[in-house]
Ligand binder design. Structure first.
Ligand SMILES: C[S@@+](CC[C@H](N)C(=O)[O-])C[C@H]1O[C@@H](n2cnc3c(N)ncnc32)[C@H](O)[C@@H]1O
Length: 284
């Protein structure tokens, strides 16, 4: 006998192969993210939210809307928000933060009064650029005249909004060493709300902008001492990774440092970088 109150029904709207191919080619071409056949279910589940919000009942309707001129203007931004993978953490891959503090900054001589600049490219919800700002701020407290700034970019507007708010779940902040946590995080005055906020002095040091790695050229007019581009290129094809690294290097000073994520490399790429340690490179 069937149960009249069946809450286990599957209301998932199915993504056909035809619509999957249309969407994955569009995403790959415009955002670099590769979506092979094995990612079909993932794409289907991530886009359910968009279909629901738009009151659509099939992926064909979604594609018709997305590829219309109105959809190109209004929906592409929302689509990439749900399609991009934004996993991140404070002080993720700590070896990079140790290297910054103990190798780069320790040997940094500030003779020119230049501002020390880092680009966090693919910054997600801000944990990476704020971790960098904390390290630089610690250094600034013991070095006279040391000034710094962080530029942080991402394609997803949702994560950029979260970055600017700088409010995080308290659990997430457990990855920040306790002494730094006490110094750089504010607790919510309402103790029922388990969230923390990065202090204003640090927030003010980080500038967030939307930037698509697939743009022909990045309209960035600054030169950086370090570029962090970690756990982002892994979603791109080899030749696109190479192209993005070359474009990022145009804004990296000669002798500046480039950081990739733990599972990324520059093997077989024609890029102006020399490896000095796994995932850490210097611009030549
Ligand atoms: C997994 S997160 C990595 C965050 C951080 N760098 C880290 O290592 O923790 C990858 C980020 O790359 C961004 N991204 C993906 N495609 C992009 C593109 N075409 N242009 C710019 N950012 C992109 C995503 O939105 C996402 O926030």
């Amino acid at each position: 006998m069937t149960n009249p109150v069946n809450n286990n029904q599957d209301y998932t709207i199915k993504l056909t192969n035809k619509n999957f191919n249309q969407l994955s080619s569009f995403i790959n071409l415009n955002f670099g993210i590769k979506l092979p056949e094995v990612k079909k279910i993932m794409l289907q589940s991530r886009l359910q939210k968009r279909l629901k919000e738009l009151n659509l009942t099939s992926f064909q309707q979604y594609c018709d809307y997305l590829f219309s001129s109105e959809g190109q203007k209004n929906e592409v931004v929302n689509m990439i928000d749900v399609v991009s993978t934004n996993k991140t953490d404070f002080f993720r891959e700590p070896v990079h933060f140790d290297f910054l503090a103990n190798k780069i900054l320790k040997n940094y001589t500030n003779t020119t009064q230049n501002i020390f600049k880092i680009w966090s490219a693919g910054c997600s919800s801000g944990e990476e650029p704020y971790s960098l700002a904390i390290i630089l701020n610690e250094f600034a407290q013991y070095s006279t005249n040391f000034q710094y700034s962080i530029f942080a970019t991402d394609i997803s507007t949702i994560v950029l909004k979260k970055s600017v708010s700088a409010i995080y779940n308290e659990d997430k902040s457990n990855l920040i060493p306790l002494n730094l946590k006490r110094k750089y995080l504010l607790k919510n005055k309402d103790h029922n709300k388990k969230n923390v906020r990065i202090i204003k002095d640090i927030r003010q040091k980080v500038k967030f902008e939307r930037l698509n790695f697939m743009d022909k050229r990045y309209n960035v007019n600054e030169m950086f001492d370090c570029v962090f581009c970690r756990n982002t290129l892994i979603y791109f094809k080899h030749e696109i990774q190479e192209d993005v690294i070359n474009k990022l290097c145009m804004n990296l000073k000669t002798g500046g440092y480039f950081f990739l994520g733990h599972s990324e490399s520059i093997t077989n790429m024609n890029v102006p970088l020399k490896q000095i340690q796994p995932t850490i490179f210097i611009k030549i």
